[in-house]
Structure formats: structure tokens, C-alpha cells
Design a protein around this ligand. Structure first.
Ligand code: KG4
Ligand code: ZN
Length: 347
């Protein structure tokens, strides 16, 4: 079976074809067009701009994803129907509905956050030669119960997965998401949007112990997160710094990254132990963060050695359509008339 995935929940226009071969979900194509440079100029996403760009990119991106494959090989169409920006979502959903109607293909409505989780099931030819093979056991080794940490620009969620039908959100952010914290603190530092990858790069040369930043809710009994206090503390600290030179900037970035990842790791490990999970799945843009990946791996190794960490390839951590196609394999089709864009959709 082969699925065309379509993802347009925010500023990325994605189209991808994924084929199920035995137990493997193989990525045959994965195209992404992005209006990110336009948003870098404004320091954040302007929904109207994002939606207009989605309209411009959607058909050429789908055509590119189908090159050398063709419609005859597509068995179903999976599309993100929420959560996300309504204008952007509508472009993908209405395109997918039209294609499903005209081509008489089943339509699979996918929750964007499920997509981030199912990125862990994707395989490519290059998986075998991954940069860090120890972090990437093969997807057929994923066993339930599993715990997913989905960390993106809009979400920081812990989800217990009993099986492909049972998802329970056990905690989430009370205010800013982890990626949002990276982006907002980056803005204070004058870094371009999205700041997560830049902060991670600068942090490589910094000393993470230089600035003593808070770890909100690190000791609370629940599995919730809160990052808005960190942003306020970061603002206070930056005001104290007389001159932000290369060294202080790197030290500051390292301290911010440590504070965010420390909270994420401690709470995730506590949840993993509480629910006795066999697999830990990472997903979302912040899952591309090397310190988060390494710290989680390290903590599991020392505290829960029988639990395995799964991390998607970097290109499948940030928004993409291959993950939507992957989730499509575990989604029930709906008649095209019933599929509507839902910006508020939760699990
Ligand atoms: O999942 P995603 O592409 O979009 C949403 O669904 O939000 O996540 C984007 C977020 C941004 O906040 C970006 O700063 C963050 O992921 N991000 C990172 C890294 N790469 C992307 N944060 C920290 N370290 C990274 N390497
Ligand atoms: Zn996302």
C-alpha cells in the first residue's frame, strides 16, 4: 500500500509518498517548500502570509512528490486536518478533498501531532548509515506501552501510547511550548526566527553553567511543563549583561538550552518510569536538538536500561508530509465530505 501525505498546518508545504513494504514504511519521496525566509524577516509567522504561500506552493509540491511515481501507485491520500493555522490548513485539506473526490481515493484525516509521533516509524535508504546508529534502532523494535515526547513550536506534550488506537495525553505545557521558548529567547538575543537551531549551534561552544536559569515545574508531581518564566528570567539576565560578545552569547545559549532540555529530560524519565514504558519516542522540531537526544539517551541508559529511545531522522523531526503519510497507515478513512480543517484539534 502507498500513501500520498499532505502537510500544510503552518509555514511548510509538504507532500510525500510513503510505501508499506512488509512492516517497513519506506519514504519514496519527501518534498517541502517553505515560506520561512519571509517569516524570518518579520521575526515570527504571519498567518495570512503563510496561507498565501501555501496556495502558491501546494500543487507544484504535490507534482514534485509524485514525479517518477504517478497517481496509479497511490492507494490513499492522508492530510493534516489540525491543529494549525486555519488558512494554511484549509489549503491542504481542500486540495486533498478535491484529489480524493476526483481520483476516487480514500481520504485519511491526520492529527498533526500524531504525525510527529509516527515520524518514528519512517525508514529511508539512508537510515542504515545514520550519523548516530545507536540512537536509531529500527522501527519494528518499537514496542508498547510507549511514551512520546512531542516538542515543537506549538506543543510540549507527553503521551502514553497503549497501542495504535490508545493515546493518553498525560501532560503538556501550561504556557509557552519548548520550541516557542527557544524562539522567543532567541528573539531577545537578536537571533533570526526560528531560533532553536541557531541557539543549539551557538551552545556548542558555550559553558552551560555560566548563567543560572530556572527549571520551571521540574519537581512538580504532575507531567506538565511551563516555559514562560524561563523567558522572563532570560530577559532579566540579558539586561544585566553589559556587552553581549561571542563568548557571552555562546554561554547564554548553552545555559538556555540546558535549562530547557534538563526539564524535558527529568519529567520525561519520571513519566516513563511511572508508566513502565518499553519505548520512548521523540518527535517535533525540538527533537532535532542534539543535547536533548543525548541527554535522554544517557538518562535512559543509567536509569531505565530496558527502555529503548527512538528518534526520527532530523528531516522528519521538523514539519514534513512523510510523517503525515506514516500516520495515515494507522488512520481510518473518512468520506471526503466529512473532512474539515480544525485549528483547535487536540488528541
Ligand atoms: O515541529 P516543528 O517544525 O513545527 C511545529 O509544529 O511547531 O517545530 C519547529 C520548532 C521551532 O520552535 C524551532 O525553533 C524548533 O522546532 N527547533 C529546534 C531545533 N530545530 C528546530 N529547537 C532546538 N534545537 C534544534 N536543533
Ligand atoms: Zn509540527
Amino acid at each position: 500500500m502507498t500513501i500520498l501525505g499532505i502537510e500544510t498546518s503552518c509555514d511548510e508545504t509538504g507532500a510525500a509518498v510513503v510505501e508499506k513494504k512488509g512492516r517497513d514504511l519506506l519514504v519514496l519521496s519527501n518534498e517541502i517548500a517553505s515560506s520561512l525566509t519571509l517569516h524570518a524577516e518579520t521575526g515570527g509567522i504571519i498567518p495570512e502570509t503563510a496561507a498565501r504561500e501555501q496556495l502558491r506552493y501546494i500543487l507544484p509540491t504535490i507534482e514534485k512528490a509524485l514525479q517518477g511515481i504517478g497517481w496509479d501507485h497511490i492507494d490513499a491520500i492522508a492530510v493534516t486536518y489540525g491543529p494549525g493555522l486555519i488558512g494554511s490548513l484549509l489549503v491542504g485539506v481542500e486540495t486533498a478533498k478535491t484529489l480524493a473526490y476526483v481520483l476516487k481515493k480514500p481520504l485519511l484525516p491526520v492529527n498533526h501531532m500524531y504525525g510527529h509521533i509516527y515520524a518514528n516509524w519512517l525508514r529511508t535508504e539512508s537510515n542504515a548509515q545514520s550519523e548516530k546508529p545507536s540512537l536509531r534502532p529500527t522501527p519494528d523494535e518499537i514496542t508498547f506501552p510507549a511514551l512520546a515526547l512531542v516538542v515543537s513550536g506549538g506543543h510540549t506534550d507527553l503521551i502514553v501510547i497503549g497501542n495504535h488506537e490508545t493515546f493518553e495525553v498525560i501532560g503538556g505545557t501550561r504556557d509557552d511550548a519548548a520550541g516557542e521558548a527557544f524562539d522567543k529567547i532567541g528573539r531577545l538575543l537578536g537571533l533570526p526566527y526560528p531560533a532553536g537551531p541557531t541557539i543549539a549551534k551557538l551552545a556548542e561552544k558555550g559553558n552551560r553553567k555560566t548563567f543560572d536559569l530556572p527549571r520551571p515545574l521540574i519537581g512538580s508531581d504532575d507531567f506538565d511543563f511551563s516555559f514562560s518564566g524561563l523567558k522572563t528570567a532570560a530577559l532579566r539576565e540579558t539586561k544585566k549583561i553589559k556587552k553581549l560578545n561571542d563568548t557571552t552569547l555562546s554561554d547564554f545559549c548553552a545555559s538556555v538550552q540546558w535549562s530547557i532540555t534538563d526539564v524535558l529530560v527529568k519529567k520525561t524519565i519520571r513519566a516513563a518510569a511511572h508508566y513502565g514504558v518499553k519505548s520512548l519516542l521523540l518527535g517535533g522540531g525540538v527533537a532535532a536538538n542534539e543535547q536533548l537526544r543525548e541527554s535522554l539517551q544517557e538518562a535512559l541508559r543509567s536509569q531505565m536500561p530496558s527502555t529503548t529511545l527512538f528518534v526520527p531522522e532530523r528531516k522528519f523531526c521538523t514539519d514534513n508530509a512523510a510523517m503525515i503519510a506514516a500516520a495515515g497507515f494507522f488512520t481510518q478513512p473518512l468520506p471526503w465530505q466529512k473532512v474539515t480543517a480544525d485549528p483547535q484539534l487536540y488528541y
